[in-house]
Design a protein around this ligand. Structure first.
Ligand SMILES: [Fe+2]
Length: 301
């Protein structure tokens, strides 16, 4: 009993110190944005991140955090039967791999909630939704992540983006070609939860562009649609598909969101090769409260 209490106390203590660190980082991010320091900080961080020296920390992480031999690997995956090595190779070459459709009954369960959610970005949804949690732990997804990252992956984000028709809205940063990054290496798992056609806010990616991030790109941050078309040409792949379409993408590839004319819901799971101190605090308490209120109002929390 004593041991249990001690263990419980230690666990709660470590959780609370982690959430304190997250809160501190989240506050520092808000302050630096208000003081316009975030742009300079962002550029410096990207110079460090994309420098040729990155091969050393990547190799070190692979050594320190080798992929775990999971007992789940033989369990059935929502992706069906996949060849993770082939998918990992496709990702290395093309930055993206479209896997196909998740089982319809699984998508229907998820859509019972997501079809009713108000326009918003909901973060860390795996904490409050069982289907999203299952996806974050899916044996097939884990196999692809391990084959690609060559280390044990860490989940950093599980966000639901519920966006409205953007046709009459001014263009925002997500509509231009840009790249993101997390940890030293990272992969996104995207799932459309509405049917996405060429009229929708579909995701578009420049194949192979994660290997072509230049110094000028780091300073500028993004490319206009026209510049992106000139530079990447036929490598640009618009991704459309019915609800349940799942694809993997290297976070560092140039991508953009089309300004579509209808409501679109997309799930974004972000996995990285490790969790750095700076990757905490991505979701603020206010954002988590908005998430909780929305799910409560639907009677699912
Ligand atoms: Fe992005």
């Amino acid at each position: 009993m004593k041991n249990f209490i001690k263990h419980d106390f230690e666990q709660r203590t470590s959780l609370s110190s982690e959430s304190k660190w997250s809160l501190l980082l989240s506050t520092l991010r808000s302050i630096s944005e208000a003081l316009k320091l975030s742009v300079i900080f962002h550029i410096l961080r990207q110079i460090i991140h994309f420098g040729s020296w990155r091969i050393f920390p990547i190799a070190l992480i692979r050594k320190l955090r080798p992929p775990l031999a999971s007992s789940d690997e033989n369990k059935q995956s929502l992706l069906g039967i996949i060849d993770e090595k082939e998918i990992a190779e496709e990702l290395r070459q093309n930055s993206v791999s479209v896997i196909g459709l998740l089982p319809p009954e699984f998508v229907a369960r998820l859509r019972q909630i997501t079809d009713r959610l108000p326009y918003e970005e909901y973060q860390l949804v795996h904490q409050i939704n069982n289907e999203v949690r299952l996806l974050t732990q899916d044996p097939g997804i884990m196999k692809v992540l391990r084959a690609y990252l060559k280390c044990e992956p860490v989940l950093l984000e599980a966000s639901l983006f519920v966006s409205k028709s953007e046709k009459s809205l001014p263009q925002d940063g997500q509509n231009s070609f840009h790249f993101d990054y997390a940890g030293w290496e990272s992969l996104n798992v995207f799932v459309y939860l509405t049917d996405v056609t060429e009229n929708s806010s579909y995701h578009e990616v420049a194949q192979g562009s994660h290997r072509d991030v230049r110094f000028r790109d780091i300073v500028r941050g993004s490319l206009s649609i026209e510049e992106g078309k000139q530079r990447f040409g036929r490598a640009i792949q618009p991704i459309t598909g019915p609800a349940g379409t799942l694809f993997f993408e290297n976070t560092e590839a140039f991508h953009r969101r089309n300004r579509g004319n209808e409501r679109r819901v997309m799930l974004n799971l972000l996995f990285a090769s490790h969790q750095s101190l700076l990757s905490h605090g991505r979701a603020s308490p206010e954002q988590l409260e908005i998430r909780n209120q929305a799910f409560k109002s639907l009677g699912v929390l």
